[in-house]
Design a protein. Structure first.
Length: 319
DNA sequence: CGGGTTTGACCGGCGC
DNA sequence: GCGCCGGTCAAACCCG
């Protein structure tokens, strides 16, 4: 796919999409990492969803997640921590020895999770926020409301609650990030108040009804918002699995809803190990020994959670 | 030819 | 009721 062959009016599928393909081809061919460091900076806002995912019977599968050759940072925190965690990652970026210093493909990701609304929704000020307000208003309805209406409202709420959504905010030039699963695009819509369209994808695996929306933030065009809905009921396609981890990458994780501050870096240049997970951050963190010991235990717990949430990250990479 | 993308039409929810 | 908007459908198209 080249820029020349694409419709230039559809800017989302020109240069950006080519970046996506380039990065993947580097990964597949196991080439030296030349597209520069990229950091996925993830923030899970809702502790409820975090625990849902943790206890999910589909623990081996779950949500898709960007895993192009890059460094990934997961942030699991309350909403207040969202931007501070994000800033923390930015300010410590220079400490992450990931690869070359190229600018292409550089990215950071934040993650939010919500049963009914997503960070992306709030980010764009869309009507899901209004819906939330409306639902909250419905909670305070007067007694003279007909019981039928109440039942209807409750049903609607339950349905929305079941729609498990997780949003990733990724600072990247890549629009559709690789997550190991196969997606079929089924729609694209212009987003109100945004020059950037929103794309709709569905998992191509039969009987898997996972969907995702991908849009670029109008406030910060360098940020791509990916929203996943529900969970995969199947493993990651094997052909993708090997491709995804053949290139060097690093991943750091912060789960501040489980611990005040925990942050570690996963280096995927070799097989994941606890040493990889727990050793690296201290090089850049100015903390005392006791604190480190305490953090290690918290990291262990967070690590288990992360494994459940993003199993694909932890598949072993065979040489 | 099969699978993915594009894109205008359509639908339902919601606010006015 | 009407218009707006997000989400989805599906025919046409593209590509390997």
């Amino acid at each position: 796919m080249s820029n020349e062959t694409k419709d230039l009016n559809n800017y989302h599928y020109t240069s950006s999409y080519d970046h996506y393909n380039n990065i993947n081809s580097q990964s597949v061919m196991n080439l030296p990492y030349v597209s520069g460091p990229s950091t996925y900076n993830a923030n899970i806002i809702s502790p409820q969803i975090g625990s849902d995912l943790h206890s999910s019977p589909q623990g081996a599968y779950g949500l898709g997640f960007e895993l192009s050759p890059s460094s990934t940072e997961f942030f699991n925190s309350q909403e207040n921590d969202f931007y501070s965690a994000y800033n923390y990652n930015i300010s410590h970026k220079s400490h992450e020895v990931v690869g070359g210093g190229g600018a292409i493909g550089e990215s950071e990701t934040k993650v939010s999770a919500s049963p009914s609304s997503s960070e992306a929704d709030h980010h764009n000020g869309e009507d899901s926020g209004k819906s939330l307000m409306k639902r909250e208003a419905c909670d305070g309805l007067k007694d003279d409301q007909s019981s039928q209406k109440v039942v209807k409202t409750k049903k609607k709420e339950e349905k929305k609650q079941r729609e498990q959504r997780v949003s990733f905010m990724t600072k990247t030039e890549v629009d559709h990030l690789e997550d190991g699963y196969r997606w079929r695009k089924y729609g694209q819509k212009a987003v109100k108040n945004s020059p950037y369209p929103r794309s709709y994808y569905r998992c191509t695996t039969q009987k898997c009804n996972v969907k995702k929306r991908v849009e670029r933030s109008y406030q910060d065009p360098t940020v791509v918002i990916t929203t996943y809905e529900s969970q995969h009921n199947h493993p990651i396609p094997t052909s993708r699995r090997t491709a995804m981890f053949s290139g060097p990458a690093a991943c750091s994780y912060n789960s501040s809803s489980l611990s005040p501050v925990s942050n570690f870096i996963i280096n995927t240049q070799r097989t994941f190990s606890q040493d990889d997970l727990f050793g690296a951050p201290y090089a850049s963190m100015n903390v005392n020994a006791n604190y480190q010991q305490q953090q290690n235990q918290e990291f262990q717990r967070d690590y288990e959670l992360l494994k459940d949430m993003f199993p694909s990250v932890f598949f072993k990479q065979e040489p």
